[in-house]
Design a protein around this ligand. Structure first.
Ligand SMILES: Cc1cc2nc3c(=O)[nH]c(=O)nc-3n(C[C@H](O)[C@H](O)[C@H](O)COP(=O)(O)O)c2cc1C
Ligand code: SF4
Ligand code: SF4
Length: 446
């Protein structure tokens, strides 16, 4: 099996790249990462050096998971350009076959051209354009201020392409309603590739004593950029939108956002990415996580019979369809395995209060019972159940019928009036409103 990639002309021994961020702030870190197994690194964004604040990071610690979401108000590199260029050159001497990509963010055409020349001379294998930073730099007309204006983005990509002799990746901001707009603009501007997502504009919390948002800088705070495991679903959706777009999918896409394990890597590749970039997971656990990623990816490829990542890139795309093409005749219901159930009641409470009153508590038993005819197969109970594999969703249709909303629309059989007989839930049983008060007394007796 061969994990190597050729990403828009950028060669890398594997698809695992560090995203432009603190882990790529210096040659020391990039060399350490390559030594640990990373195939590429997008250098911390270069530009006119900035002044950073202290503190800089905030976190969403969800229950027992620290940094389920991560937030930063850090800017681009604050190190002098000459130091960064010297270190890029040195890293390339030690690791000529690894990918070193210089992330850039400046303002004027002259600055872009000058910086591009510098990083090319230093031996960078590619350039990434940072049009994503949603804090600080956007106030100065850069970062997400560009990513949110497709026309401006296209103009800057065109400036870059005039000077670039190495492949150019345009990194998009997720802080936009239609990710395909900047995607199309980048391709029209001539970009060789796209990467996404950069961070999501966010406030992770407020200190309840000082009323300041995190991270707190002398009693005040600012909106920051959100990333880490919590943003993966948003990144996957945006990746998919780009990967199916005919004008955009002519160029390769590097997937970023919440990647932590080999499974995350595979999911991004299945939705069309051909390289992945990681930031938060490395900031949390260090460069060593690449070993699990590599072993897991290789095992997956062995199990499925793939030789390269190109063999399965985009394989999930045909299965992501518009809602109107889903089979309305498919029917699943919840099933509780009494041997696994620990009698915690969570499924009963979730279904009774938050779903369709399809789980009953049985007299003298701690094991709840699914009332199949009330179950709409929503999945909620199986998601709240703390015991893996205790509640499974079981198929009840025989698989012979297939009817979608699109087909029903064509056949003129969709509900169109407020009390239409064709409404899906029309004859579905629900308790009488006053039963709520009776049930309460019953619950208290239990
Ligand atoms: C502290 C911090 C600093 C970052 N700095 C940059 C940067 O200089 N340039 C850039 O393009 N992206 C920057 N990013 C965004 C990351 O490259 C990446 O797009 C984002 O964090 C999503 O990936 P993740 O969920 O793996 O962290 C930064 C992220 C963090 C957390
Ligand atoms: S799948 Fe939904 S409706 Fe059915 S029992 Fe579970 S929570 Fe209730
Ligand atoms: S949530 Fe799971 S473990 Fe708890 S009562 Fe329901 S089936 Fe049993």
């Amino acid at each position: 099996m061969d994990l190597s990639i050729n990403f828009a002309g950028i060669k890398s021994p594997n698809p695992f790249w560090l995203a432009s961020a603190p882990p790529t702030n210096s040659g020391y870190q990039v060399m350490k990462a390559f030594d640990a197994g990373w195939g590429g690194a997008v250098w911390k964004t270069l530009g006119i050096p900035v002044i950073n604040v202290s503190s800089r990071y905030g976190s969403v610690n969800y229950r027992n998971t620290r940094m389920a979401g991560f937030n930063n108000i850090e800017l681009i590199t604050d190190r002098p350009l000459a130091d960064n260029l010297r270190e890029i050159e040195e890293v390339k001497k030690y690791f000529p076959n690894h990918a070193v990509i210089a992330s850039l963010m400046v303002e004027t055409k002259e600055q872009w051209h000058s910086l591009i020349k510098d990083v090319q001379n230093a031996g960078a294998d590619g350039i990434e354009l940072n049009f994503g930073c949603p804090h600080g730099m956007c106030e100065r007309g850069m970062g997400s201020a560009v990513g949110q204006e497709p026309e401006v983005l296209k103009t800057i990509v065109e400036w870059v392409m005039e000077a670039a002799k190495i492949p150019v990746i345009t990194k998009l901001s997720p802080n936009i309603s239609h990710i395909t707009d900047p995607g199309v603009a980048a391709v029209k501007g001539g970009t060789n590739a796209i990467s996404l997502i950069n961070t999501i504009k966010s406030i992770v919390g407020i200190d309840l004593d000082t009323y300041a948002p995190y991270p707190i800088v002398d009693g005040k705070g600012s909106n920051g950029g959100y990333c880490g495991p919590a943003v993966k679903p948003i990144a996957l959706q945006m990746l998919r939108e780009l990967a199916i777009h005919k004008e955009i999918n002519k160029v390769p896409i590097s997937g970023i956002g919440g990647i932590e394990t080999w499974k995350d890597v595979v999911e991004f590749i299945l939705l069309g990415a051909t390289s992945v970039q990681v930031c938060t997971a490395v900031m949390h656990y260090g460069f060593g996580i690449v070993r699990e990623m590599e072993a897991g990816l290789l095992q997956f490829m062995k199990d499925k019979g793939y030789n390269t990542i190109y063999d399965f890139s985009g394989k999930a795309l045909p299965n992501v369809v518009e809602w109107k093409h889903l089979n309305l005749k498919h029917k699943v219901v919840a099933n509780i395995n009494p041997d696994k159930c620990i009698g915690c009641d969570l499924c009963y409470i979730a279904c009774d209060d938050g779903a369709h009153q399809a789980i009953a508590m049985v007299e003298d038993s701690r094991i709840p019972n699914v009332i199949e005819e009330n179950c709409v197969g929503c999945n909620l109970c199986s998601l709240v159940c703390p015991v893996e594999g205790c509640i499974t969703m079981q198929k009840r249709d025989d698989g012979t019928q297939h009817l979608t909303w699109a087909e029903r629309t064509q056949a003129d059989s969709i509900p169109v009036t407020f009390n239409d007989e064709l409404a899906g839930g029309r004859h579905h049983w629900v308790p009488e409103p006053a039963d709520a008060l009776k049930n309460k007394r019953k619950d208290m007796r239990r």
